[in-house]
Design a protein. Structure first.
Length: 154
């Protein structure tokens, strides 16, 4: 962490509910110098209190990209290769022995698909029937609720 944006070697953009216009200005100054630009994940929203969507890390990445006209050099979270390697290293199992459970096709399920893992989409999150039908990303299982996970594990 640095006090002055010009001293940064890396800009890591992620979610915070304190994201401000000044943060975009700092990012503009930092990225004009060729600093490495990393993002944590591309999720535009996530369920907030009460279940309604709120802006996520992807919204912040898009704001920074919009003002700097520069895409992140790498996105470290799902569904990136970095996240796949980290999961495999941490779990110490072959990809085909791992079940990825998530509510978002473009991150959770895509990570599992890319890695050769079994996938289960839970329909209580951000994905609805129309989004699932239109997507090229196809989960191995679709669950109405996380409580239905036993149907896969048995």
């Amino acid at each position: 962490m640095v006090a002055e944006p010009g001293e940064a070697d890396v800009l890591l953009a992620s979610w915070t509910d304190e994201f401000h216009y000044e943060d975009m200005t700092d990012a503009l100054r930092v990225l004009d110098t060729g600093t490495v630009y990393l993002g944590t994940d591309p999720d535009p929203t996530f369920p907030g209190p009460g279940g309604d969507p709120v802006p996520g890390s992807g919204a912040i990445l898009r704001a920074i990209t919009g003002v700097t006209e520069r895409e992140p050099d790498r996105v470290l979270g799902k569904p990136s290769e970095v996240a796949i390697e980290a999961a495999l290293d941490r779990l110490r199992h072959d990809a085909e022995d791992i079940l990825v459970v998530g509510d978002r096709l473009g991150t959770d399920i895509l990570l599992g698909e890319r890695a050769g893992m079994e996938t289960a989409l839970v329909m209580t999150g951000v994905t609805d029937d129309a989004t699932l039908a239109a997507s090229d990303v196809k989960p191995d299982h679709v669950l109405d609720s996380l409580a239905d996970i036993d149907s896969i594990l048995s």
